[in-house]
Design a protein around this ligand. Sequence first.
Ligand code: N01
Length: 485
Amino acid sequence: MSEAVRHTRVLIVGAGFAGLGMALQLARSGARDFLILEKADAVGGTWRQNTYPGCECDIPSVLYSYSFAPKADWTSSHAAQPEILDYLSELTDRHGLGDHLEFGTEVTGAEWDETDCRWSVFDKTGREFVAQYLVMASGALNVPRIPKLPGAETFAGASMHSAAWRDDVDLAGKRVALIGTGASGVQLAPHLAERAAELHVFQRTPAWILPRRTFRAAVAASRRSTLVRRAFRAATYWGGEALGVGLGRPRLLERTQARALTHLRKQVPDAALRDALTPDYRIGCKRILRSNDFYPTLARPDTTLVTDPVTAIHPDGIETADGTRHAVDVIVYATGFRVAGAMNRMHLVGRDGVSLLERWQREGVRTHLGVTMSGMPNAFFLSGPNTGLGHNSVIVMIEAQIAHALDAMRLAEVNSAGAVEVRADAQDAFDSSLRERLSRGVWSTGGCASWYLDARGSNHALWPGSSWDYRRRTRVVDPADYELA
Ligand code: N01
């Protein structure tokens, strides 16, 4: 016999940073009727999933908690993964969010019921949930991308993706390959070198790397706001967030690039190695990384940087385009994620029975502020399209999205409406200005390939401005942008 349908006012998909933040804000407003469905058996999302050695927040910790649940006692200026996960677990416990959580529940789809103004949400086992509001907080970067390399399945040793770290694989005395030198790879490399007998780093494109500044970690509550403001300004202007706009700040671009080159020169005395590590595209085009120990790792005698492209995997190692076979015992893929991975696997059907993915394939990805979508009444997306940041704290963005979604719900409530939906013309106007700004930014003009761009070269990942700008635009829900029914 099938289980009874469960009804709730707000259904949140995902118990990571975004889903928990939304739940907490609902709880703080006095709401009790909400449910969080989480496919794993614990909270934390990205910070539960990524447990690789060296995993830490690459922006200052003071920017990595919600302003409505601030943490002032980080033990390090760049908090390590366990401490961030603890923050999320504590937040869950302290605010009684556990009562609203259902673990082991993988949402596979949702369908809008026009008559009742409700979402029917289905999980993998066929269970049904009915909700007035649907909040998608399933994360943007959580489906690992492992390149399809010929022979990969024949590899005799252990292999793993950075987001599926295996503690059971002992690296001591092993020859380890690290494929990928993005944000995860750069954090991993120093720790792999410490544990392994040999480390072979396979770099396809060198990253721009700035020194990692340390800030005071724990701060008195009274000083927190000053420190947050300072760290925020630093992350915005010197971490390069403004570079997203790119052409608007050419001097800043040059200065930041010069700082990165000085960092490289200071840390890598060997000219040939330095050449191999020097990017040939404009800074900001890919995520700017911060590290003080990646370059010194590559200078270690037991570490080799390989720049020839990987062409095949053999049972005993990796082959590169120059014909060399690199004998290794373990392969670590730090090769990134599929953008919007989890959401792209869900079957979301909005008004008039239209599937969101089919519509996006036909018309392109369009949203209003990355949070709401025409044809998807009462649905809100956290970390949705074009709300990622290349270089600053994504928590600031998520917080703004939560506030916007709650405001839209309030707009419906105060008008006794059953449904709130962004108007198609408001969405089109937002999309046009977004595309225009993106076309002028460094991601379109910087001369690099990156996960920010899809197969057609369109950027559906990042916000082309500062997070202040995003906060300003999302702060107030303009009733003229929304239709009530
Ligand atoms: O993934 P990436 P990531 N052969 O896509 C390379 C967030 N994050 O997991 O540049 C060889 O950036 C690829 O090369 P190329 C953050 O938003 C945050 O590192 O495409 N190499 C690149 O070097 C970040 O942006 C934190 O030429 C191959 C690497 O793999 C996002 O997660 C920490 C290859 C992938 O880099 C993703 O970062 C960590 C191949 N066939 C991550 N295919 C924080 O601290 C791919 N590569 C908040």
